[in-house]
Design a protein. Structure first.
Length: 221
């Protein structure tokens, strides 16, 4: 074989080896992890733009119309008793009207059933009517609801649709959920006793009837 032919053969062989080495390196190189789906309620990205359900971030005209349609009971006023427990000093917006509520002050000195819900939560749709019926019974504990990770207009729309008039707060900064160390599910409920100590309804199974609510309240209050 001529020197020229040998050179060409050497060049081809070198090129083949280089390609094989490159393919081997590529195969062994750690690949980037696949993107994981975001967790949370439907429209989680949109909810982030609404400051996690803060009425102040909603369209004013739409919010006013939704509040009028829902006709929620006014958010509670301070009882005058000294606040105690983990909820003392936490202030969150009222859902049904303008303004904010100091949760510790409105719960102080009395037992209250606190319910966490959202309009996108299907079990909440079944539970809210049971809470409404329970709250209308003589001797029932006051029921205070907290709408979370939600569009305030959608939340008020659900309340109007179901005929729910219970007073409602929102928790846009997650402060209530943080101090109560709430479970990562909805709905869930707490009985906050007169001394400010919270008792979670555990397991957090949605209430089906007003009798279910009453039985749990009697056990935890």
């Amino acid at each position: 074989m001529s020197r020229t032919g040998a050179s060409r053969s050497e060049i081809v062989s070198t090129a083949v080896v280089a390609v094989l080495v490159a393919l081997g390196v590529w195969a062994l190189w750690p690949s980037a992890p696949a993107p994981q789906p975001a967790s949370g309620p439907p429209g989680a990205a949109a909810q982030a733009n609404r400051a996690d359900g803060d009425p102040a971030a909603a369209d004013p005209a739409a919010l006013a119309a939704a509040r009028e349609s829902a006709a929620l009971a006014p958010c509670p006023e301070p009882t005058g008793a000294p606040p105690a427990g983990p909820l003392a000093g936490i202030t969150v917006p009222c859902l049904g009207a303008e303004g904010a509520v100091d949760v510790g002050e409105v719960l102080a000195g009395r037992a209250v059933l606190v319910n966490f819900w959202a309009s996108w939560c299907l079990p909440c749709r079944e539970e809210l009517p049971a809470l409404q019926e329970y709250a209308q019974r003589p001797g029932a504990l006051p029921v205070l609801t907290v709408d979370v990770q939600d569009d305030p207009v959608a939340a008020l729309g659900l309340a109007a649709e179901l005929g729910i008039t219970l007073p409602a707060l929102t928790d846009p900064r997650g402060e209530l959920r943080a101090v109560l160390d709430t479970p990562p599910v909805l709905p869930f409920n707490y009985v906050v006793r007169a001394d400010g100590s919270p008792a979670m309804v555990d397991p957090p199974v949605p209430f089906r009837t007003a009798d279910d609510v009453e039985a749990v309240v009697e056990r935890l209050s």
